[in-house]
Structure formats: C-alpha cells, structure tokens
Design a protein around this ligand. Sequence first.
Ligand SMILES: *Cc1c(COP(=O)(O)O)cnc(C)c1O
Length: 463
Amino acid sequence: MNPKQELLSRLPSVDEVLKSEQGAEWLKKYPRRYVLGGVRQGIDLRRKEILEGTTDEVSLESMAQGIALVIGRLSSLSLRPVINATGIVVHTNLGRSVLSERVLENVRRIATGYSNLEYDLGSGKRGKRYAHIKRLLREITGAEDGFAVNNNAAAVLLCLGTLARAREVVVSRGELVEIGGSFRVPDVMAQSGALMKEVGTTNKTHLHDYENALSGLTALLLKVHQSNYRITGFTEDVPVERLVALGRGRGIPVMYDLGSGCLMDLRPYGIHLEPSVREVVKSGADLITFSGDKLLGGPQAGLIVGKREFIEKIQKNPLARAVRIDKLTLAALEATLMEYADEDGAKERIPTLKMLFEDPESIRTRAKKIALLLKRGLTDAEVALIPDSSKAGGGSLPEVDFPTYALSIRPEKISVNLLEERLRSGDPPIVARIRGDALLIDARTVSDREIGPLVKGLRSALR
Ligand SMILES: *Cc1c(COP(=O)(O)O)cnc(C)c1O
C-alpha cells in the first residue's frame, strides 16, 4: 500500500464519528441531518487534502473544528442581524426601518395570543382589521379616512386598479420614476389595468399639459414623488394644489404617491422640499399613498389616506384581500403611529427619526468611543475620526446631507477590499463603505449595544 492509501484507510468513517463522544455531543446540540452533512464534508475535504499531499493528519480531533464550523453554518438561520455602519438610515437592502423595543413589545403581545383583529368587541360581531388604525391615521394626517396594505407598491396598484381600470390616468413625464427593486410607475400602471396618459416633458410639465389631456376617459390625475432623484435647472412641475383645482372643476380625483410619507414637519430641521402627509392632505388631494418603513419609521406597509368615498371603494376591491396587511405588521404599525401622538416623543422613540435627527455632537461622542476602543494596542491600521455626511436612503430626501462623524480606517497589512469582505463575512456581519484606500464606519447607524461587537469584528478582521 502506498503511504497515501495507507493514510486514507485510517480516516474515520462517518459512522465512527457519529458514535464518538464528539459526535454524540454534536447530535445533542444540532439536527442529525446537519451533523451528518458536516461530518461528510469534513471527511471528504480531508481525503482530498491527503491525496494532494498537504496533510497526513487523520484523527477526528484534527478535523473537529472544521466540521463544527460546517455544522454551525448549516444549522444557522439565513436571515440574521447585521451591523449597519454605512450611515444610511433607511437602507433598503439592510431592512429599511428599525423598530423600537416598545413597538416590538406590542407585536409580541398580539402575536403570542388571540386578538380582536377582526372582531368587534362592542357588538360581538365580525369587525374590520383596518378599524384599528383609522382613528390614528385621521388624527395624524388630518385625512377623512385611511387604512394600510402590504406595501406602498401594493397601495398604488390597488388605488389605480380600483379607480382607473380601463380608463386614463394623467401623469407627468417627469414623474415616471423607478424605485429600486423594480417598482416602475409605467409597469404598475399597466398591471393595474389603467391606461397611462403621459403629459409634459422630462424637465417641464405645465398645468395646461394636464388640462389638454383631459377627456371623457380620464379617471384620475396622478402625481408621483420623485423620491430618489431630482430634476434641476430649467424645470417646472405643477404643485398638487393646482392639480386639485383642475380636478375639482372637472370632477376628476387627484392621487399623490408620496413615496416616503413623512408624518412630521421637517422645516425646523432645515428640510423644505419634503411636504408632510398632513400638508398634502390639506392641499386637497383625494388619495395619498406612502410607505410604512421609510421616513415613517414603522414596519413594511403601504398606507392609503384620503376621502372616505374613495377609501371605502378601494377596501371593497377583491385585490385588497390579496395585499392585505398581516396582524403582526398591523400591531407594529399601530404602535408606531401611536408614537406620533406626541411629536417630540416620536423623534426620540422611533429609531429611524432618532438616527436621522441625532445631534452631530452626540454622534461624535459615539464615534470617539468606538475609536478609543478600537485603537487600544492596535498596530494594524491607521484610525482617524473625521466629519462626514450621511444619507437618509430608501429614496427619501436624496438632496439632504446629514452631518455626521465617521472613523476612517486604513489597514496596513491587508487591502481595504479584503477588510470590507472580511467584515461582511463576520459574525455579526458588518456592512461599511469604502472611500479611496480607507474603510468608513459611520457612527450614525451604529447603536450603543453594537459598539462591542463592532470593535471586536474590526479588530479580528484587521489581523
Ligand atoms: C418607495 C416608493 C414606492 C414603493 O414603496 P414600497 O413600500 O417599497 O412598496 C412607491 N412609490 C414611490 C414614489 C416610492 O418612493
């Protein structure tokens, strides 16, 4: 027998490993199929290494660490927490808005038992799930009525499909937006069965453009928030008030897809281009749709507020059932909306708002703390605390720069790309931005309880 053959014959079999003390320990902790998978992979790998001549170790002990790693990976959940060090608050790829413990407590309360989801406790008869948020939506936005569905894409689809099926919807060419993840106004329009009547040009649309497009077929005037882009320079668009005036004269309703849907007045923060939902309601728009998990800071949802006659009609559309909001989301949404009963409290207690409007000095304090912990005895990188700016994200407030503080980390032993990659594959994964030859850790989106794991992850990735 040649030496390699001899080594292979001494490798333990899968069965032997499972029957060993170590195997029994794994079986106690993990599902059998994943232990089996890990052991098979471990032995296969070792066989390959022996044939390649890179090792002559055949003991289970020498393979145990690798096997444990595979078992751990196979039995871990795919969807898991990550540390967002990008400073982008409403980060669509990282789950958009973060919920507070208080909101989550309400979800737990509703999810772990029965509830009056569709039961009217007053009459003992069947109730409506939408009833639970109606009063809050009316109070906060000033609208006559309101309810919520799965997301804003569904809200737009449902509104168009109910009010404009096989009829025309007039919309400006400057507002035919695409949001990430394949939400495109023309495509949603086509899906809804409404006929899109484009008016104006990319940069300029006048009131008379809308006016000239009206006919017996017109069902709706639609305005769409540009969300993630801006047209600047020689531009003109028609404010919603003027569309409302035009629509009123002809008996045609006006709908506004507001995208982010901010429930607060942002002017005290120097942000003048983002109207609050309340202002848009006041402008007279008949229907307004917006997301639950963008600037609102709640769970994924699509909110629809406006005139009662339209809201009731939309709720009766059979499609509403297909895109209805689930009870966990509803519990999170109601609790989030309740925070807006006290606007100052909302800014403190809704994580999205708290992160967006945190005082830069307070961000600086956190960044300094991270830097201090990271630098302790560190010789593998140059770390500097720098002023920088963060973005809201999620297609919200694209023109606003939020002053922040970040750590700029220049690794000395490895490339910045390798550092970024190591952080991403760590546990917990850390997502950060690269600028030039430095990695940026924006402290805005790092919470206090994440500082420990962040520093640990950075130190181990820099080695
Ligand atoms: C984000 C956005 C949508 C889609 O909202 P979701 O809640 O992500 O479905 C639709 N319209 C506009 C203008 C948006 O900004």
